[in-house]
Design a protein around this ligand. Structure first.
Ligand code: FAD
Length: 400
């Protein structure tokens, strides 16, 4: 393989580039990224970056020395618009083409938006630009913030907005946020963090309409600017005043550019559990990959999959598979939430540390006498031990 092109210059793309060099690939390495930035870390965007504790300079995932060592050609600020598998070419939006022998798809996901036009003051949070916009809107003094969606990004954003002194309401369409991930009992314990953080959580109601107020008239241009959001009307009729609205209703994998490529796409790029697509010279990693039937949107998967994907890419076949123990963390209201493992609906839940109504707990999910997963709220130390046991069990080793 003489040329490998990594499409997507973020977390999974960077890790793939690192792995290619670490595993001995010494050919031409091209990294294509739609964003103009060198790879940066997204988790702080809803946490320290939003509250002002973490500046932009802290977000970088690599440094100049590493960039030199990778000896890659970075084509940043340009989108890949197609993959011609027969012609072994990646097509770029600006008309350039990159002839290539192997491809790593690492195009991640983007924030899902509300349908139709929205007034100014309605934000999503996925990219640095979006985070800058939201941070700017939050610095104009105390205001009413409505967060639509009570998932992890919504909850973290609500927590950060509350820390900045804003009046915050989270609107969640389901009866309870995160119940699908954590089960009802533990999801309720996590939802209680909003209340303790001084944030209102309204559940079981969707959003009917966003109301705007007239923006100032621009006589020279002869037209009125976009309305600015003023209120959120819920499907149950309630109307919430809103100066800033944050839409946190999930993410959509960036797969459109693969149309016509012969790759199978269904809510992500379909690949086997070695991250290999139906074409051995194309692998997929990170948020965009549906590996072995699962699309994971977590930092740790995006950093773990590339080692296996690259091994298989360089071998030209699936010689290795990844069955990581899923793991994610979330920081809300000064508390770290951590989850590891694979929970099943019939699993029993045992609280092994703290209590659900205390300031923290460790919950262990069990099935047939075996631990399947663990959730910690403010209990990092015992959680790490259980996570290690899960990893050992996965590898078929005795727990250490
Ligand atoms: C605000 C926020 C907070 C988070 N917090 C946590 C957390 O606390 N814990 C946790 O486990 N995970 C968290 N995550 C998730 C984690 O950041 C993601 O799992 C991770 O970023 C996935 O990396 P990726 O490289 O697969 O995708 P992405 O980070 O989405 O990167 C994909 C890159 O590909 C580019 N791209 C897309 N299409 C094209 C194209 N056609 N051509 C070229 N380039 C393209 C995109 O512009 C982007 O730069 C958070 C995510 C966000 C947004």
């Amino acid at each position: 393989m003489r040329t490998v092109t990594v499409v997507g210059a973020s977390l999974a793309g960077l890790y793939a580039a690192r792995e290619l060099r670490a595993q001995g690939f010494d050919g031409r390495l091209v990294v294509v990224g739609e964003e103009p930035h060198a790879p940066y870390d997204r988790p702080p965007l809803s946490k320290g970056f939003l509250t002002g504790g973490a500046g932009e300079e802290t977000l970088a995932l690599g440094d100049a020395e590493e960039t030199d060592e990778l000896a890659a050609e970075w084509l940043l600020g340009v989108r890949a618009r197609g993959l011609d598998v027969r012609g072994r070419t990646v097509l770029l939006d600006d008309g350039r083409t990159v002839p290539t022998d192997g491809v790593v798809i690492a195009t991640g996901a983007r924030a899902r938006r509300l349908p139709g036009a929205v007034p100014a003051g309605v934000h999503t949070l996925r990219t640095l630009e979006e985070a800058r916009d939201l941070r700017g809107a939050l610095t104009a003094g105390p205001c009413h913030v409505v967060v639509i969606g009570g998932g992890f990004i919504g909850a973290e954003t609500a927590s950060s907005c509350a820390a900045l002194g804003h009046d915050v309401t989270v609107v969640e369409a389901a009866p309870l946020p995160l119940a699908g991930h954590l089960g009802e009992r533990l999801a309720a314990a996590c939802a209680a963090l909003h209340d303790r953080g001084g944030v209102r959580l309204l559940t079981g109601t969707g959003v009917r309409e966003l109301h705007g107020r007239r923006a100032s008239v621009t006589p020279a241009a002869g037209h009125r600017g976009r309305d600015t959001v003023a209120a959120v009307e819920l499907s149950d009729g309630r109307v919430l005043p809103a100066d800033v609205v944050v839409v946190g209703i999930g993410a959509v994998p960036n797969t459109e550019w693969l149309a016509g490529s012969d790759l199978a796409v269904d809510d992500g790029v379909l690949c086997d559990d070695g991250c290999v697509t139906r074409l051995p010279q194309v692998v997929a990693v990170g948020d965009v990959a549906r590996a072995g039937g699962v699309r994971s949107e977590h930092w740790t998967s995006a950093t773990q999959q590339p080692a296996v994907a690259v091994r298989n890419l360089l071998a030209g076949a699936t010689v290795d598979t990844t069955r990581p123990v899923p793991y994610f963390w979330s920081d809300q209201y000064g508390t770290r939430i951590q989850f590891a493992g694979r929970r099943g609906d019939g699993d029993t839940v045992r609280i092994t540390d703290g209590a659900l109504d205390e300031d923290g707990f460790l919950a262990v999910f069990e099935r047939a006498g075996r631990t399947t997963a663990a959730l910690a709220v403010g209990r990092s130390r015992p959680f790490t031990r259980v996570r290690r046991e899960l990893l050992s069990a996965q590898r078929g080793l005795a727990p250490v």
